[in-house]
Design a protein around this ligand. Sequence first.
Ligand SMILES: Cc1cc2nc3c(=O)[nH]c(=O)nc-3n(C[C@H](O)[C@H](O)[C@H](O)COP(=O)(O)OP(=O)(O)OC[C@H]3O[C@@H](n4cnc5c(N)ncnc54)[C@H](O)[C@@H]3O)c2cc1C
Length: 452
Amino acid sequence: MKTHLDPARKIPVCDEVDVLVCGGGPAGFCAAIAAARGGAKVLLLEQTNCLGGIAGAGGHNHLCLYTAWSSGERVVAGVPFEMMDRVVKMGYGAWDHEPKKAHGGSVDFELEGLKLALEQMAAEAGVKLLYHTLFADAIVEGGRCVGAAIQNKTGRQAVLARQVIDATGDADVAASACAPFELGRPGDGACQPATLMFTIGGVDWKRVCEFRKGDYRLQHVWEAAQKAGDMEPFQNQIMGWWWTPTRPDQVGVNFTHIFGTDCTNAESITRATIEGRRQAFHMIPVLRKYIPGMEDCCLLSTAALLGTRESRRIVGEHVLNEREIVACKSWDDSICYGSFFIDIHNCTGPGMDEESWRPEKGFKYQIPYRSIVPKKVDNLLVAGRCISVTHVALGSTRVMPQCGALGEAAGAAAALSLQARCTPRELDVRKLQEHLRSAGAICDEQSLKAAN
Ligand SMILES: Cc1cc2nc3c(=O)[nH]c(=O)nc-3n(C[C@H](O)[C@H](O)[C@H](O)COP(=O)(O)OP(=O)(O)OC[C@H]3O[C@@H](n4cnc5c(N)ncnc54)[C@H](O)[C@@H]3O)c2cc1C
């Protein structure tokens, strides 16, 4: 490969903080709030112009699961619950409260309402936001991450930090700091397909529901459309139509499927975004023709941020695997619960991968602190999609309430490590669990019982 020698240069230090959080998705947002509430001076940087990550610029207006699988037992509380509860109370969304269940497991909402609510919460907690800013390089001294070089309209600058949290979803910070990571599935490194979310308007949702009844994925409809030559075969199941009563004629559509995308590569992301937008436009006449209630629908928007299901996963002090998840193993250093099915999209074609797994009612499992502590680099924690799990386990841990809960634990751990003058790796996890319990999070059996 041809190379260019980038000369070493002095860059201005634009900020010095206790905790630098890179990435403002569910994980980074919850990490920043928890760290700030723990007394730390926090800077949260984000490459787009809003908070929420896949749920913000990514256009995915549905979060799940806050409860054990198919049950009303709450497994996620704390900041990730508070953020969505605020959105609902502000009139921008609705929980899926089923009369028989104690708690709502999922929430559908308006993207703009979420963005507003999260900015309000960040301001109230004293979190400083820096948008349109790309984390560029980790600054590592003596095996400790002490800040980051950032790039934005102002130019190239440095932020110095006593603790850094990587919530980029892609482990950009960990990779730059030379912490070990994996990418994709074992063998061929393939990642789950990316999806560019799009929103349609002009929908008569009541009629759509009557047509859909219990048939969630409508596979026969897409197969018929493909047989008739009306639709390309990139997908054969609807992965999500996200509707909220607060904006009744609009639906967020999770349907595009872009294979072979490396979401850590700018050219690959660009190709996938262009292909996703093409697929979104392609779907409009299909929806109009085949779905009663969508005859008059139109494309309102495609998401600003490509939907990444899988990219880098760090190799941390513990790599959580699918056997541990399926066995619902508990851990002394548990920091939160997961409960979603193992949801793996086919990496090379439409539909789901055969390694997907659907649990029994009531399924929930714990995630250990060691899975957010990267090997080799100190004063760095990782939260959200890119924690230390296997390719298959990621199918369950990647959903947003769990990413938020992991973020809350990472933020609290960073603040507590500063108080205890230790590295996050040395932190007494019982202190972290005590802190999470008193903050209203669910991190272990004791807090789970208290919440239900
Ligand atoms: C199509 C699709 C459907 C999904 N369906 C569901 C669902 O139904 N329910 C559910 O709960 N979850 C769902 N998920 C999973 C979920 O959205 C993600 O796994 C989750 O958002 C990960 O959270 P995160 O905070 O780790 O990362 P993200 O949400 O990806 O947020 C990362 C943030 O970091 C920013 N960032 C990245 N790199 C940099 C950088 N170098 N510098 C600055 N900023 C950076 C990004 O702009 C982004 O805002 C879905 C995902 C996809 C793609």
